[in-house]
Design a protein around this ligand. Structure first.
Ligand code: ATP
Length: 306
């Protein structure tokens, strides 16, 4: 039996290694989003960002021809301002961020940055201009320093540490036994959702893009983590054109405009206080959200005192 179990163990080892390698490749594709749905047109020029105004002009889009997802969306994010997108699940919020990155082309209307149609510029220059803080960040199987530096590979050690501090993850990293050399990812130290998001924020701070796209986590974070992440996000979005798929009250309260999506259309728009007064979809959404958050907090406190 011994003789058999060694090769079996070995096969198991090989199998795990291959599976891990596959996961790495899949994650890399996710990260780079190498779905080549669109191509640069002949003679496409580099996007010239002056102040970073983003315009969605009567945007229509569907993944499948017979099921429209966005049915004529128009809004503008003025340079340096923050627009929050809210709405029920499946309303098309993430689709808006995918279109801004030009993972797909719009079927009608246009998306422009500083007046340039994103279909007329190179994808490389477009993606260099936009920083993305996704809901769930995929980490490379490498050191935490490598993962932060990914935002700007030429960054020095000091710059990496500075970005981590600004993203409120510096103290956490410094306290690890191997500090910045700690291996993370599937094979290394597992980070929590909030920690991973702060790594993504640190990356974005290093990248320093003129346009920022945030996708807030839907999952409840504890109050302290939420406050730390909010502080880091406020810092990175200050003075940058920011489009945020918002799930947190704190984000929408301070947004310059809130767009409420429903069934592929803009159902309501305005600032937080105005929308509350309007007592429409937005007001009822946030009432429910507040109740849910309070219930979760209560549950957490009850667990802590157990
Ligand atoms: P949530 O808050 O749940 O993340 P959302 O508002 O971000 O939702 P989207 O992810 O933009 O919603 O999806 C909008 C609609 O498009 C959904 O009905 C979804 O099923 C559909 N959809 C999303 N991605 C694809 C795709 N790749 N192919 C086909 N349909 C898709």
């Amino acid at each position: 039996l011994m003789q058999l179990s060694i090769p079996l163990n070995f096969i198991g080892f090989i199998y795990r290694e291959i599976r891990q390698a596959m996961t790495d490749i899949e994650q890399m594709f996710d990260l780079l989003d190498v779905k080549e749905e669109v191509t640069d047109r002949d003679g496409a020029s580099a996007l010239a960002v002056s102040d970073g105004k983003v315009t969605f002009d009567d945007v229509h889009f569907s993944y499948d021809a017979n099921r429209p997802i966005l049915k004529g969306i128009s809004f503008e994010v003025p340079a340096g301002k923050t627009v929050a997108i809210v709405g029920p699940s499946g309303a098309g919020k993430s689709t808006i961020s995918r279109l801004l990155f030009r993972f797909y082309d719009v079927q009608q209307g246009s998306i422009r940055i500083d007046g340039q149609d994103i279909r007329d510029v190179t994808q490389e220059s477009l993606r260099a201009a936009i920083g993305m803080v996704p809901q769930d960040t995929v980490l490379f199987n490498d050191t935490i320093a490598y993962n932060v530096r990914y935002g700007r590979p030429s960054a020095s050690e000091d710059e990496v540490a500075q970005a981590a501090d600004l993203a409120q993850i510096g103290t956490f990293i410094a306290a690890l036994p191997d500090g910045y050399r700690t291996m993370v990812g599937e094979r290394g130290l597992k980070l929590s959702g909030g920690e991973k998001q702060r790594v993504a924020i640190a990356r974005t701070i290093l990248k320093a893009p003129p346009v920022l796209m945030l996708d807030e986590a839907t999952s409840a974070l504890d109050t302290q983590t939420e406050q730390e992440i909010q502080a880091a996000l406020d810092l990175v979005s200050r003075g940058r054109t920011t489009l945020v798929i918002a799930h947190r009250l704190s984000t929408v309260i301070s947004a310059d405009e809130i767009i409420v999506l429903q069934d592929g259309r803009i159902a309501e728009r305005g600032r937080h206080a105005e929308l509350l007064v309007a007592k429409g979809l937005y007001a009822s959404m946030w009432d429910r959200q507040r109740e849910a958050t309070e219930a979760e907090e209560k549950l957490r406190r009850a667990r802590e005192t157990d």
